[in-house]
Design a binder for this molecule. Sequence first.
Ligand SMILES: *Cc1c(COP(=O)(O)O)cnc(C)c1O
Length: 385
Amino acid sequence: MPFNVLQNELNERAALGLLRQRRTLQSPQSPHILVDGKPYLSFCSNDYLGLANHPQLIAAMQQGAAQYGAGAGAAHLVSGHTQAHHELEIALAAFAGKPAALLFSTGYMANLGIVQALVGKGDTVFADKLNHASLNDAMQLARADIKRYRHGDMLQLNQLLAQTQKGRKLVITDAVFSMDGDIAPLPELLALCEQHDAWLLVDDAHGFGVLGEQGRGSLAHFGIATPRIIYMATLGKAAGVFGAFVAAEQAVIDTLINHAHSYIYTTATPPALASAVLESLALIAQGHELRAHLQGLIAQLRGGLRGLPWPLMPSATAIQPLLIGDNQAALDLSAALRERGIWVAAIRPPTVPQGTARLRITLSSAHSAADVTRLIGALHELAQG
Ligand SMILES: *Cc1c(COP(=O)(O)O)cnc(C)c1O
Protein backbone atom coordinates (compact mmCIF):
# COMPACT_ATOMS: atom_id res chain seq x y z
CA MET A 1 0.00 0.00 0.00
CA PRO A 2 1.40 3.44 -0.95
CA PHE A 3 0.50 5.11 2.35
CA ASN A 4 1.65 2.47 4.85
CA VAL A 5 4.35 4.80 6.07
CA LEU A 6 1.74 7.42 6.96
CA GLN A 7 -0.47 4.89 8.73
CA ASN A 8 2.49 3.71 10.81
CA GLU A 9 3.23 7.28 11.90
CA LEU A 10 -0.40 7.80 12.84
CA ASN A 11 -0.39 4.59 14.88
CA GLU A 12 2.69 5.79 16.74
CA ARG A 13 1.00 9.09 17.52
CA ALA A 14 -2.09 7.27 18.76
CA ALA A 15 0.05 5.14 21.09
CA LEU A 16 1.47 8.34 22.60
CA GLY A 17 -2.01 9.77 23.20
CA LEU A 18 -1.34 12.40 20.55
CA LEU A 19 -3.73 11.51 17.77
CA ARG A 20 -6.05 14.38 16.90
CA GLN A 21 -9.64 13.78 15.96
CA ARG A 22 -12.63 15.96 15.25
CA ARG A 23 -16.11 15.81 16.72
CA THR A 24 -19.09 16.92 14.70
CA LEU A 25 -21.44 19.50 16.19
CA GLN A 26 -25.09 19.21 15.27
CA SER A 27 -25.99 22.57 16.82
CA PRO A 28 -24.79 26.16 16.62
CA GLN A 29 -21.77 27.11 18.70
CA SER A 30 -22.95 27.88 22.24
CA PRO A 31 -22.40 26.63 25.80
CA HIS A 32 -25.05 23.98 25.13
CA ILE A 33 -24.08 21.92 22.11
CA LEU A 34 -25.27 18.70 20.50
CA VAL A 35 -22.60 16.14 19.54
CA ASP A 36 -23.49 12.68 18.18
CA GLY A 37 -27.06 13.29 19.27
CA LYS A 38 -26.06 14.00 22.87
CA PRO A 39 -26.27 17.36 24.67
CA TYR A 40 -23.12 18.72 26.27
CA LEU A 41 -22.23 21.72 28.39
CA SER A 42 -19.24 23.09 26.50
CA PHE A 43 -16.23 25.01 27.81
CA CYS A 44 -14.10 24.96 24.71
CA SER A 45 -15.14 27.60 22.23
CA ASN A 46 -13.48 30.98 21.68
CA ASP A 47 -16.92 32.58 21.40
CA TYR A 48 -16.14 34.67 24.48
CA LEU A 49 -19.12 37.02 24.20
CA GLY A 50 -21.62 34.43 22.97
CA LEU A 51 -22.11 36.27 19.67
CA ALA A 52 -21.54 33.38 17.23
CA ASN A 53 -25.24 32.54 17.20
CA HIS A 54 -26.60 36.03 17.89
CA PRO A 55 -29.85 36.81 16.01
CA GLN A 56 -28.61 40.28 14.98
CA LEU A 57 -25.48 38.81 13.40
CA ILE A 58 -27.50 36.15 11.59
CA ALA A 59 -29.85 38.85 10.29
CA ALA A 60 -26.92 41.03 9.19
CA MET A 61 -25.36 38.11 7.36
CA GLN A 62 -28.65 37.34 5.61
CA GLN A 63 -29.02 40.99 4.65
CA GLY A 64 -25.41 41.07 3.38
CA ALA A 65 -25.98 37.93 1.31
CA ALA A 66 -29.18 39.38 -0.15
CA GLN A 67 -27.31 42.55 -1.14
CA TYR A 68 -23.95 41.11 -2.30
CA GLY A 69 -24.58 37.43 -2.99
CA ALA A 70 -22.89 34.35 -1.59
CA GLY A 71 -19.30 34.77 -2.75
CA ALA A 72 -16.92 37.63 -3.50
CA GLY A 73 -15.88 35.96 -6.73
CA ALA A 74 -12.38 37.46 -6.93
CA ALA A 75 -9.40 38.63 -4.90
CA HIS A 76 -9.50 42.09 -3.28
CA LEU A 77 -7.03 43.51 -5.81
CA VAL A 78 -9.01 42.25 -8.79
CA SER A 79 -12.77 42.81 -8.33
CA GLY A 80 -13.64 41.15 -5.00
CA HIS A 81 -13.36 44.24 -2.78
CA THR A 82 -16.92 45.36 -2.06
CA GLN A 83 -18.49 48.31 -0.29
CA ALA A 84 -19.22 45.94 2.64
CA HIS A 85 -15.50 45.15 3.05
CA HIS A 86 -14.64 48.82 2.64
CA GLU A 87 -17.06 50.05 5.31
CA LEU A 88 -15.89 47.39 7.71
CA GLU A 89 -12.23 48.38 7.27
CA ILE A 90 -13.08 52.01 8.07
CA ALA A 91 -15.03 50.92 11.17
CA LEU A 92 -12.26 48.57 12.34
CA ALA A 93 -9.58 51.27 11.98
CA ALA A 94 -11.66 53.69 14.05
CA PHE A 95 -12.43 51.00 16.65
CA ALA A 96 -8.76 50.06 16.99
CA GLY A 97 -7.71 53.73 17.10
CA LYS A 98 -5.46 53.43 14.04
CA PRO A 99 -5.34 55.40 10.77
CA ALA A 100 -6.12 52.39 8.55
CA ALA A 101 -7.14 48.73 8.60
CA LEU A 102 -7.03 45.78 6.23
CA LEU A 103 -9.21 42.66 6.26
CA PHE A 104 -7.68 39.21 5.85
CA SER A 105 -9.53 35.95 5.34
CA THR A 106 -8.20 34.42 8.57
CA GLY A 107 -5.89 35.30 11.42
CA TYR A 108 -3.52 32.60 10.29
CA MET A 109 -3.22 34.24 6.87
CA ALA A 110 -2.97 37.73 8.38
CA ASN A 111 0.07 36.74 10.43
CA LEU A 112 1.74 35.02 7.48
CA GLY A 113 1.14 38.09 5.33
CA ILE A 114 2.19 40.75 7.83
CA VAL A 115 5.52 39.19 8.75
CA GLN A 116 6.36 38.17 5.18
CA ALA A 117 5.56 41.66 3.84
CA LEU A 118 7.43 43.62 6.53
CA VAL A 119 10.68 41.66 6.92
CA GLY A 120 12.91 39.40 4.86
CA LYS A 121 16.51 38.22 4.47
CA GLY A 122 18.90 40.28 6.60
CA ASP A 123 16.14 41.35 9.01
CA THR A 124 15.42 39.82 12.41
CA VAL A 125 12.18 38.66 14.04
CA PHE A 126 12.04 38.38 17.85
CA ALA A 127 9.35 36.04 19.12
CA ASP A 128 7.99 34.87 22.46
CA LYS A 129 8.44 31.09 22.72
CA LEU A 130 4.75 30.58 23.48
CA ASN A 131 3.47 32.51 20.47
CA HIS A 132 0.66 31.06 18.37
CA ALA A 133 1.60 28.61 15.61
CA SER A 134 0.59 31.12 12.92
CA LEU A 135 3.23 33.60 14.15
CA ASN A 136 5.81 30.82 14.29
CA ASP A 137 5.02 29.74 10.74
CA ALA A 138 5.02 33.38 9.63
CA MET A 139 8.62 33.96 10.64
CA GLN A 140 9.77 30.80 8.88
CA LEU A 141 8.04 31.94 5.70
CA ALA A 142 9.59 35.42 5.92
CA ARG A 143 13.16 34.03 5.82
CA ALA A 144 14.33 36.61 8.32
CA ASP A 145 16.68 35.62 11.14
CA ILE A 146 14.72 34.28 14.09
CA LYS A 147 15.40 34.96 17.76
CA ARG A 148 13.03 33.42 20.26
CA TYR A 149 12.94 34.62 23.85
CA ARG A 150 11.69 32.76 26.90
CA HIS A 151 8.02 33.41 27.62
CA GLY A 152 7.67 37.00 28.87
CA ASP A 153 11.42 37.33 29.50
CA MET A 154 12.07 41.04 28.84
CA LEU A 155 15.71 40.80 30.00
CA GLN A 156 16.48 38.20 27.38
CA LEU A 157 14.59 40.14 24.72
CA ASN A 158 16.57 43.25 25.61
CA GLN A 159 19.83 41.32 25.17
CA LEU A 160 18.77 39.84 21.85
CA LEU A 161 17.69 43.23 20.54
CA ALA A 162 20.94 44.82 21.69
CA GLN A 163 22.98 42.12 19.89
CA THR A 164 21.28 42.81 16.59
CA GLN A 165 22.86 45.66 14.67
CA LYS A 166 21.72 45.44 11.09
CA GLY A 167 18.43 45.13 9.24
CA ARG A 168 14.88 45.71 10.40
CA LYS A 169 13.77 44.42 13.78
CA LEU A 170 10.27 43.11 14.34
CA VAL A 171 9.04 41.84 17.71
CA ILE A 172 5.97 39.59 17.47
CA THR A 173 3.76 38.48 20.34
CA ASP A 174 0.39 37.12 21.29
CA ALA A 175 -1.36 39.75 23.43
CA VAL A 176 -3.30 37.06 25.31
CA PHE A 177 -1.46 33.75 25.00
CA SER A 178 -3.87 31.33 23.42
CA MET A 179 -3.07 28.21 25.44
CA ASP A 180 -2.11 29.91 28.72
CA GLY A 181 -4.49 32.85 28.98
CA ASP A 182 -1.91 35.25 30.42
CA ILE A 183 -1.47 38.76 29.02
CA ALA A 184 1.82 39.86 27.42
CA PRO A 185 3.62 42.78 29.16
CA LEU A 186 2.83 45.14 26.28
CA PRO A 187 4.05 48.37 27.95
CA GLU A 188 7.45 46.75 28.62
CA LEU A 189 7.59 45.27 25.13
CA LEU A 190 6.82 48.66 23.63
CA ALA A 191 9.50 50.36 25.74
CA LEU A 192 12.11 47.86 24.49
CA CYS A 193 10.97 48.34 20.90
CA GLU A 194 11.32 52.10 21.28
CA GLN A 195 14.75 51.76 22.87
CA HIS A 196 16.01 49.49 20.06
CA ASP A 197 13.96 50.98 17.22
CA ALA A 198 12.05 47.76 16.55
CA TRP A 199 8.50 47.39 15.27
CA LEU A 200 5.97 45.56 17.43
CA LEU A 201 3.31 43.21 16.03
CA VAL A 202 0.59 42.47 18.59
CA ASP A 203 -1.73 39.51 17.87
CA ASP A 204 -4.88 40.22 19.87
CA ALA A 205 -6.91 37.18 18.78
CA HIS A 206 -8.08 36.60 22.36
CA GLY A 207 -8.22 40.19 23.65
CA PHE A 208 -10.23 41.88 20.92
CA GLY A 209 -13.83 42.32 22.05
CA VAL A 210 -13.04 41.19 25.58
CA LEU A 211 -10.36 43.44 27.06
CA GLY A 212 -10.23 47.21 27.35
CA GLU A 213 -12.88 49.89 27.27
CA GLN A 214 -15.75 48.92 24.92
CA GLY A 215 -13.86 45.71 24.18
CA ARG A 216 -11.32 47.59 22.06
CA GLY A 217 -8.69 45.05 23.03
CA SER A 218 -5.31 44.73 24.69
CA LEU A 219 -3.92 48.11 23.63
CA ALA A 220 -6.93 49.83 25.18
CA HIS A 221 -6.53 47.58 28.25
CA PHE A 222 -3.06 49.06 28.80
CA GLY A 223 -3.93 52.54 27.47
CA ILE A 224 -1.29 52.23 24.73
CA ALA A 225 -1.54 54.21 21.48
CA THR A 226 1.54 54.44 19.26
CA PRO A 227 2.28 54.25 15.54
CA ARG A 228 5.03 51.72 16.32
CA ILE A 229 2.51 48.95 17.02
CA ILE A 230 1.00 46.90 14.22
CA TYR A 231 -2.25 45.60 15.68
CA MET A 232 -3.79 42.37 14.45
CA ALA A 233 -6.95 40.69 15.71
CA THR A 234 -9.26 37.91 14.59
CA LEU A 235 -13.00 38.13 13.96
CA GLY A 236 -13.91 34.49 14.54
CA LYS A 237 -13.44 34.51 18.31
CA ALA A 238 -15.14 37.15 20.50
CA ALA A 239 -16.54 38.87 17.39
CA GLY A 240 -18.40 35.63 16.65
CA VAL A 241 -18.02 35.59 12.87
CA PHE A 242 -14.89 34.86 10.78
CA GLY A 243 -11.83 36.60 9.43
CA ALA A 244 -9.16 38.92 10.77
CA PHE A 245 -7.80 42.41 10.35
CA VAL A 246 -4.65 44.45 10.72
CA ALA A 247 -4.83 48.04 11.95
CA ALA A 248 -1.76 50.26 11.58
CA GLU A 249 -0.25 53.32 9.94
CA GLN A 250 -1.32 53.89 6.34
CA ALA A 251 2.17 53.04 5.05
CA VAL A 252 2.00 49.64 6.75
CA ILE A 253 -1.42 48.90 5.31
CA ASP A 254 -0.34 49.99 1.81
CA THR A 255 2.74 47.78 2.11
CA LEU A 256 0.54 44.80 3.00
CA ILE A 257 -1.78 45.50 0.05
CA ASN A 258 1.27 45.48 -2.22
CA HIS A 259 3.38 42.72 -0.71
CA ALA A 260 1.43 40.34 1.55
CA HIS A 261 0.97 37.19 -0.51
CA SER A 262 -1.77 35.80 1.73
CA TYR A 263 -3.72 39.00 1.00
CA ILE A 264 -3.02 39.29 -2.70
CA TYR A 265 -3.29 35.72 -3.93
CA THR A 266 -6.57 34.67 -2.39
CA THR A 267 -10.28 35.21 -2.89
CA ALA A 268 -11.89 37.95 -0.81
CA THR A 269 -14.14 36.62 1.95
CA PRO A 270 -17.88 36.66 1.26
CA PRO A 271 -19.10 40.25 1.70
CA ALA A 272 -21.92 38.97 3.93
CA LEU A 273 -19.27 38.12 6.54
CA ALA A 274 -18.23 41.76 6.55
CA SER A 275 -21.85 42.82 7.05
CA ALA A 276 -22.09 40.50 10.05
CA VAL A 277 -18.82 41.73 11.56
CA LEU A 278 -19.97 45.35 11.24
CA GLU A 279 -23.02 44.43 13.31
CA SER A 280 -20.79 42.54 15.73
CA LEU A 281 -18.64 45.64 16.29
CA ALA A 282 -21.70 47.54 17.47
CA LEU A 283 -22.64 44.72 19.88
CA ILE A 284 -19.05 44.56 21.17
CA ALA A 285 -18.95 48.32 21.80
CA GLN A 286 -22.22 48.12 23.76
CA GLY A 287 -21.26 44.88 25.47
CA HIS A 288 -20.32 46.17 28.95
CA GLU A 289 -22.74 43.78 30.62
CA LEU A 290 -21.50 40.81 28.64
CA ARG A 291 -17.91 41.57 29.70
CA ALA A 292 -18.90 42.18 33.33
CA HIS A 293 -20.75 38.85 33.41
CA LEU A 294 -17.70 37.10 31.89
CA GLN A 295 -15.43 38.62 34.57
CA GLY A 296 -17.85 37.31 37.23
CA LEU A 297 -17.67 33.79 35.76
CA ILE A 298 -13.86 33.91 35.69
CA ALA A 299 -13.77 34.83 39.39
CA GLN A 300 -16.33 32.14 40.21
CA LEU A 301 -14.34 29.45 38.37
CA ARG A 302 -11.01 30.40 39.91
CA GLY A 303 -12.50 30.47 43.40
CA GLY A 304 -14.36 27.19 42.88
CA LEU A 305 -11.40 25.22 41.53
CA ARG A 306 -9.11 25.94 44.48
CA GLY A 307 -7.91 22.81 46.25
CA LEU A 308 -7.94 20.53 43.21
CA PRO A 309 -4.88 18.30 42.60
CA TRP A 310 -4.40 20.12 39.27
CA PRO A 311 -3.44 23.80 39.42
CA LEU A 312 -5.20 26.47 37.41
CA MET A 313 -2.59 28.41 35.47
CA PRO A 314 -2.26 32.11 36.34
CA SER A 315 -4.74 33.86 34.05
CA ALA A 316 -7.17 36.75 34.37
CA THR A 317 -8.80 36.12 30.98
CA ALA A 318 -11.54 33.83 29.65
CA ILE A 319 -8.86 31.20 28.94
CA GLN A 320 -8.44 29.22 32.18
CA PRO A 321 -6.15 26.22 31.64
CA LEU A 322 -6.05 23.46 34.23
CA LEU A 323 -2.53 22.03 34.19
CA ILE A 324 -2.50 18.21 34.13
CA GLY A 325 0.98 17.41 32.76
CA ASP A 326 0.71 13.91 31.30
CA ASN A 327 -0.94 13.55 27.88
CA GLN A 328 -2.99 10.48 28.70
CA ALA A 329 -4.07 11.88 32.07
CA ALA A 330 -5.36 15.01 30.33
CA LEU A 331 -7.23 12.90 27.78
CA ASP A 332 -8.68 10.70 30.54
CA LEU A 333 -9.91 13.68 32.53
CA SER A 334 -11.45 15.21 29.41
CA ALA A 335 -13.17 11.86 28.68
CA ALA A 336 -14.44 11.55 32.26
CA LEU A 337 -15.98 15.02 32.04
CA ARG A 338 -17.54 14.08 28.72
CA GLU A 339 -19.19 11.08 30.36
CA ARG A 340 -20.77 13.60 32.72
CA GLY A 341 -22.01 15.65 29.77
CA ILE A 342 -19.31 18.34 30.00
CA TRP A 343 -17.03 19.20 27.10
CA VAL A 344 -13.54 20.57 27.81
CA ALA A 345 -10.76 20.04 25.29
CA ALA A 346 -7.46 18.44 26.31
CA ILE A 347 -4.54 20.33 24.75
CA ARG A 348 -1.34 18.35 24.18
CA PRO A 349 2.08 18.85 22.63
CA PRO A 350 3.12 20.17 20.19
CA THR A 351 0.42 22.80 20.74
CA VAL A 352 1.85 23.21 24.27
CA PRO A 353 5.33 22.29 25.62
CA GLN A 354 6.09 18.65 26.53
CA GLY A 355 4.83 17.68 29.98
CA THR A 356 2.28 20.50 30.17
CA ALA A 357 -0.84 18.85 28.73
CA ARG A 358 -3.84 20.69 30.05
CA LEU A 359 -7.58 21.10 29.98
CA ARG A 360 -8.15 24.42 28.26
CA ILE A 361 -11.30 25.69 29.92
CA THR A 362 -12.75 28.70 28.14
CA LEU A 363 -15.58 30.78 29.47
CA SER A 364 -18.16 32.77 27.54
CA SER A 365 -20.65 35.46 28.46
CA ALA A 366 -23.25 32.94 27.27
CA HIS A 367 -22.44 30.66 30.24
CA SER A 368 -24.58 31.03 33.35
CA ALA A 369 -23.26 30.86 36.90
CA ALA A 370 -25.08 27.50 37.16
CA ASP A 371 -23.07 26.18 34.17
CA VAL A 372 -19.82 27.07 35.93
CA THR A 373 -21.06 25.55 39.19
CA ARG A 374 -21.69 22.29 37.32
CA LEU A 375 -18.13 22.20 35.95
CA ILE A 376 -16.65 22.98 39.37
CA GLY A 377 -18.73 20.17 40.95
CA ALA A 378 -17.71 17.63 38.31
CA LEU A 379 -13.99 18.40 38.65
CA HIS A 380 -14.12 18.07 42.45
CA GLU A 381 -15.91 14.73 42.10
CA LEU A 382 -13.31 13.47 39.63
CA ALA A 383 -10.46 14.66 41.85
CA GLN A 384 -11.77 12.43 44.61
CA GLY A 385 -11.46 9.50 42.19
C1 LIG B 1 -6.87 31.72 16.57
C2 LIG B 1 -5.61 32.47 16.50
C3 LIG B 1 -5.09 32.88 15.28
C4 LIG B 1 -5.67 32.44 13.96
O1 LIG B 1 -6.87 33.10 13.69
P1 LIG B 1 -7.90 32.42 12.69
O2 LIG B 1 -8.77 33.56 12.25
O3 LIG B 1 -8.63 31.38 13.46
O4 LIG B 1 -7.10 31.85 11.55
C5 LIG B 1 -3.97 33.68 15.27
N1 LIG B 1 -3.37 34.03 16.43
C6 LIG B 1 -3.81 33.62 17.62
C7 LIG B 1 -3.10 34.02 18.87
C8 LIG B 1 -4.95 32.81 17.69
O5 LIG B 1 -5.39 32.36 18.86
